[in-house]
Design a protein around this ligand. Structure first.
Ligand code: ADP
Ligand code: ZN
Length: 458
C-alpha cells in the first residue's frame, strides 16, 4: 500500500486539555521541544539554501549580489542575510523559472487566482504531494476530523490549492471525502442532508452563503444535519463572522492558513484551544518584518509575515514576503503543540485602504457591521477617488429581512447607527448605503469585499 493511501487513525494521538480533547496527527513533530525543533529547522534551512543557490538562477544572482554564500548560514538568525522573494519576483519568473527540479520530476501544478496580474504557479514533486497530504492531515486532525468523518469539501477544485489540499489531507486520514467543490449552493446543502456530512471545508464567506441556503431550504441544522466541524481558510474571518456561521450551522469552526506560494492549505492550523494558527514550523520558517524597511522585528511584534519553505523540492522559496499582517506567539499551547501561533491574520498589507489619511482595513468594517443586529453579514466597500484626489469609501450593506419589512424609517435608523459605530472605530465619516437582503453578489470562493473604482492613471 502506498503511503498516500494508508489510513492511519491510530497515528492521531489524543491529549486532554482541560475539557477539550485535542487530536494530534504527528505528535513527534508538532510537539517537538523547541531546541530540537530549531536544530531541525537549521539543518533544513542550510540544505534548502544550498539547493536554491545551486538550482535556481534567480537565487544565485540575488545571493551573489548580496555577497552571501550558502555556507554563511550558520544559525537560524542568519536567515536575515538572505534575499527576500516578492510576488513580483514570482511573476517575473512566470511560469516555471523558480523551480528547483526538472519538469520531469514535477507531477502537479497549481496556481493562485491571479486577481492582480499573472498567477503564481506552484509545482509539486511526488514527495511534495506526499508532504502536502501529511500537513493537510495535521490541519484536519487538529479540528478533530478522523477516519470516521464524512468530509464535504466545498473549496474550489482545480488550479486553486484549496480543493486538492483538503482532499489530500482527508484522504491521508482515511475520512470519507465528498469532493463537492464550490458553487451550486442548493445542491451542496442537499448533499449535506443526504450524505450526513460531519465536517465541511470552505471559505468563511461561502459558509455564510451555505448557512443562508440552509435557512432558506427550511432545514434545521440541529435536527436534520450531522455537521459538527467547519474548516475555514483562504481569507480573513472576523470572530463575529465565525460566530454567526457557528450559530447558524451548529458547528465548531476552525481557521486554517495556506498560500499557493508555500504549498496551499497545510501551512497553519487551529487547534481546539482556538488561540491563533499553529504554523507547521518544521517545514516553514517564520519571520516578522517591518513592511516599510524590511527589518526583522522581535518576536511578538505586529508586522508582515515572511516564510521560507524548508523542505519543498520543486518550488522552494526563501524569505517569501506574504504581505499578510500578523503577530507571532511562541508560548506553548494547552493543546500540547509547541509550534508557534499566528494571531489572527488581519488581512494583507495591500488590503489596507488609506481614507482621509486614516488606515482602514476591511476587517474593521466587517467587525462593526456584524456587531449590529440590524444587518446581514453581506457588504461591499466601494473605493473611489473624488475630484480633489482624496480617496473616499462607500459601504453597501444588506439589512435584515425585519428591518427591510419595517420600512424606510427603520433603514435610516440602522444606517445612522452604523455610521456612528464606524466613526467610533475608524475616526472618519463613511457613506453608507443600506440595501435590501439578498441583493449583493454572493461569493463561492474568496469574497470580493472591496470594489476599487479609482482611476490610478489620473
Ligand atoms: P491568491 O493570492 O490568488 O488569493 P492564495 O489562495 O494563494 O491565492 O491566497 C493566499 C492568501 O490568502 C494568503 O496570503 C492570505 O492573504 C489569505 N489567507 C489564507 N488563509 C487565510 C486565513 N486563514 N486568514 C486570513 N487570510 C488568509
Ligand atoms: Zn494549540
Amino acid at each position: 500500500m502506498s503511503v498516500l493511501e494508508r489510513s492511519i487513525p491510530e497515528e492521531q494521538t489524543k491529549r486532554e486539555a482541560g475539557e477539550k480533547e485535542c487530536l494530534i496527527w504527528d505528535r513527534e513533530h508538532e510537539c517537538m521541544p523547541r531546541p530540537a525543533l530549531e536544530k531541525l529547522q537549521l539543518e533544513r534551512l542550510q540544505k534548502v539554501v544550498a539547493r536554491c543557490y545551486e538550482k535556481v538562477p534567480f537565487y544565485r544572482q540575488k545571493m551573489d549580489a548580496l555577497g552571501v554564500r550558502p555556507e554563511d548560514i550558520k544559525t537560524l538568525a542568519d536567515v536575515s542575510k538572505l534575499p527576500f522573494t516578492s510576488k513580483l519576483d514570482l511573476r517575473d519568473n512566470y511560469p516555471f523559472a523558480m523551480f528547483a527540479e526538472p519538469m520531469s520530476n514535477v507531477v502537479e501544478l497549481h496556481a493562485s487566482s491571479g486577481t492582480t496580474g499573472k498567477p503564481v504557479v506552484g509545482g509539486y514533486t511526488k514527495n511534495d504531494l506526499d508532504l502536502w497530504s501529511d500537513l493537510a492531515a495535521r490541519v484536519l486532525t487538529a479540528a478533530g476530523v478522523t477516519s470516521d468523518d464524512i468530509v464535504h469539501n466545498a473549496f474550489g477544485y482545480g488550479l486553486f490549492t484549496g480543493g486538492m489540499g483538503f482532499h489530500y489531507g482527508a484522504k491521508r486520514i482515511g475520512a470519507t471525502i465528498v469532493p463537492a467543490s464550490s458553487g451550486q449552493t442548493k445542491r451542496q446543502v442537499m448533499l449535506w442532508n443526504d450524505f450526513g456530512a460531519t465536517a465541511f471545508c470552505s471559505t468563511p464567506s461561502y459558509a455564510c452563503v451555505l448557512a443562508e441556503q440552509v435557512e432558506e431550504s427550511g432545514i434545521n441544522p440541529v435536527a436534520d444535519l450531522k455537521l459538527r466541524v467547519a474548516l475555514f481558510g483562504a481569507e480573513p474571518c472576523t470572530p463575529q463572522m465565525r460566530a454567526e456561521v457557528e450559530k447558524k450551522l451548529n458547528v465548531e469552526a476552525f481557521d486554517t492558513y495556506g498560500l499557493t506560494e508555500l504549498m496551499g492549505p497545510g501551512v497553519g492550523l487551529e487547534c481546539p484551544i482556538h488561540d491563533g494558527l499553529h504554523i507547521n514550523e518544521d517545514h516553514f520558517l517564520m519571520e516578522t518584518i517591518d513592511p516599510e524597511t524590511g527589518e526583522v522585528l522581535p518576536p511578538g511584534s505586529e508586522g508582515e509575515l515572511v516564510l521560507t519553505s524548508l523542505t519543498r523540492e520543486a518550488f522552494p522559496l526563501l524569505r517569501f514576503r506574504t504581505r499578510d499582517r500578523t503577530q507571532v506567539d511562541q508560548a506553548p499551547c494547552a493543546c500540547g503543540r509547541t509550534t508557534a501561533r499566528l494571531q489572527k491574520i488581519n488581512g494583507r498589507t495591500d488590503d489596507m485602504l488609506i481614507i482621509k489619511g486614516v488606515n482602514v482595513f476591511p476587517t474593521q468594517i466587517e467587525t462593526v457591521i456584524l456587531s449590529l443586529p440590524q444587518f446581514e453579514p453581506q457588504y461591499v466597500i466601494v473605493v473611489d477617488r473624488s475630484s480633489n484626489f482624496l480617496d473616499d469609501i462607500e459601504v453597501m450593506v444588506e439589512c435584515t429581512h425585519e428591518v427591510h419589512e419595517a420600512g424606510e424609517e427603520a433603514k435610516e435608523e440602522a444606517r445612522k447607527k452604523l455610521a456612528h459605530e464606524l466613526h467610533q472605530m475608524l475616526g472618519i465619516n463613511t457613506r453608507i448605503k443600506v440595501v435590501a437582503p439578498k441583493t449583493l453578489e454572493r461569493s463561492e470562493g474568496k469574497a470580493k469585499r472591496v470594489v476599487d473604482l479609482r482611476d490610478m492613471t489620473k
